[in-house]
Design a protein around this ligand. Structure first.
Ligand code: HXC
Length: 520
């Protein structure tokens, strides 16, 4: 053999090994994956990243186990494809579990590969995207598999609030394995092909006698609407990857950076006359707060998070004058926009994400108060409502509130009031800031007067009118400086952009501490 032939043979060996690794579990298993309506780990990466930017790491890693016949099946890559790439020009670390290899099951090397890219992401301040499609802890590698999961959970926790972590659940995700996505910032699930549960349908049937399919127990729609575990639901793998790409446009690379500025054609001084008339004359009539959000947002675009969960509060991202803004808004069109346990948890987690990653927060407030009832009290509306209050109080990013209508009771304080460090608190002329609505207030204060009146109903109506005249407006709060200005609704976009521009270099701090003790 000539010297050149020796070198060529070595290069060929490398090529062959990489080609073998690329085939994953082989053609038949890839066909099975497709038959289930799923893409393969590598196809998903190809669709996600900018063409030609993916660089794989540890393609040639494999397990070293000899247990239960594993020595006869030693696939390269060990069931997960890891590496880094650019997604719309943004550097990102990616792991994509390969169900065609040992069911994507996680064990020593599979876990080490994920930990390696997570460590690199932390050192370089780069987001991590995980594409999960796995049978869970690899049975053959026993406790080593469990240890590998714990290594990942630790890193998920340490990376939380340092680099964004996004989980795509695109297949099975069961048992303790669910806790890695659960610690990350966002979970995107795919309808029909993905599910998440701590214990599967068989165990559930044995223990509780409930008969449920995997989809009924832990499918995408269940987690998007009932448990709130999933932030986004996609029809298929392709749509899930598009959701992820859009999400990345709103968030920074890490907690030391600002989110990307997205210039656009929408004039910053655009006024919208419809906003002046969007609040119905009858204070008990609903309207859709999402209409308000889209009317003030750049290009009318609102990227909603947790759309199907706790719909009485709306959260999501917009661009405003090119800036990424997190929006939290009571939704009068659902349960009158009341705050309950789920709404409080949903908004609190979103606010904490925004605050951790330097995304200013815009609050639209129209809230009649906290939801009464034994269910709410027994299930902890006190500690759950406190989560929302705590999240707003501790947030130091620019915070602006617009009160469109009701700001009643404790909910007035909670929804980013001036007192808890709202930077600009605006009200529309239709705003009503009071301890409670007119009927409730009159029944408490004028109980005796109403009881002794000749015409009870008429007297009550008169008193309600008087109360509304006196209290159902923004001017008492304005007189105390609790709101900074009453603004014409049509000018809201312009006023918000001006205010967020002013707050661009805002500095605010919390006292030094190890960490606070949010009422979890
Ligand atoms: C080893 C596994 C595996 C696992 C699947 N496979 N899961 N191998 N360990 N956990 C293998 C299968 O043996 C099979 O190999 C191949 O992957 C494809 O699996 P199928 O069963 O043929 O696929 P499908 O019918 O689509 O069913 C998928 C499945 C099922 C529902 C995920 O495989 C399953 O129930 N797996 C076990 C799930 C589980 O209980 N995992 C542990 C969860 S607890 P062959 O070669 O036969 O085709 C957990 C703890 C985490 O994860 C701890 C953290 C603290």
């Amino acid at each position: 053999m000539t010297e050149k032939e020796v070198i060529d043979a070595k290069i060929q060996k490398m090529i062959d090994l990489k080609e073998t690794a690329e085939l994953g579990g082989g053609k038949n298993r890839i066909a099975d994956q497709h038959a289930k309506g799923k893409l393969t780990a590598r196809e998903r990466i190809d669709l996600l990243v900018d063409k030609g930017t993916f660089r794989e790491i540890d393609a040639l890693a494999h397990h070293h186990s000899t247990q239960l016949g594993l020595d006869k099946n030693v696939p390269l890559g060990d069931g997960v494809v890891t590496g880094f790439a650019e997604i719309s020009g943004r550097k990102t670390f990616i792991f994509s579990q390969d169900f065609t290899v040992l069911g994507g099951s996680l064990a020593e090397m599979h876990g080490k590969k994920i930990c390696k890219i997570m460590d690199m992401a932390m050192k370089t301040g780069t987001p991590v995207v995980g594409l999960n499609d796995s049978g869970g802890a690899r049975v053959q590698e026993g406790v080593i598999s469990l240890g590998a999961y714990a290594d990942i959970f630790l890193r998920n926790t340490l990376a939380s609030g340092v680099v964004p972590q996004i989980s795509m659940v695109m297949g099975p995700c069961a048992g303790g394995a669910v806790y890695s996505p659960a610690i990350t910032d966002f979970i995107i699930m795919v309808k029909k092909t993905s599910y998440m549960f701590v214990t599967g349908p068989k165990v559930v049937k044995t223990v509780t006698h409930e008969e449920l399919t995997s989809d009924e127990l832990g499918g995408a729609e269940v987690h998007a609407s009932k448990s709130g575990v999933a932030h986004f639901v996609a029809e298929n793998d392709m749509e899930a990857l598009e959701i992820l790409k859009t999400l990345l446009t709103f968030i920074p690379q890490n907690n030391a950076e600002e989110p990307p500025f997205v210039p656009n054609e929408d004039p910053v001084d655009r006024k919208d006359d419809d906003l002046n008339y969007i609040i119905p004359a009858n204070p008990n009539q609903p309207y859709d707060i999402k209409e308000v959000i889209t009317k003030i947002a750049d290009m009318g675009e609102f990227f909603e998070v947790h759309k199907d969960y706790a719909q009485n509060i709306v959260v999501g991202f917009i661009h405003l004058g090119g800036r990424s803004i997190g929006v939290v808004a009571n939704q009068p069109a659902m349960l009158a926009g009341v705050l309950d346990i789920d709404a409080s948890k949903k908004a609190a987690r979103f606010i904490r994400f925004c605050d951790a990653f330097n995304i200013p927060i815009l609050t639209f407030e129209d809230v009649p108060g906290f939801l009464p009832g034994s269910y709410q009290e027994w299930n902890g509306i006190i500690s759950n409502g406190a989560k929302l209050l705590y999240a707003y109080c501790e947030a130091t990013v620019p915070k602006i509130t617009v009160i469109t209508r009701k700001a009643y009771g404790g909910a007035y304080d909670v929804m980013n009031s001036k007192h808890i460090r709202g930077d600009f608190n605006f009200a529309w002329p239709t705003a009503e800031l009071a301890v409670m609505g007119a009927k409730g207030a009159v029944e408490i204060i004028f109980k005796k007067e109403i009881e002794t009146a000749e015409n009870k109903e008429q007297r009550e109506a008169e008193l309600i009118e008087e109360y509304n005249e006196k209290f159902a407006n923004p001017y008492i709060a304005a007189s105390y400086g609790y709101i900074d200005d009453v603004i014409e609704p049509r000018c809201t976009r312009m006023r918000l952009i001006e205010a967020f521009n002013l707050l661009e270099n805002k500095v605010d701090k919390n006292p030094p501490k190890k960490h606070g003790n949010i009422p979890l």
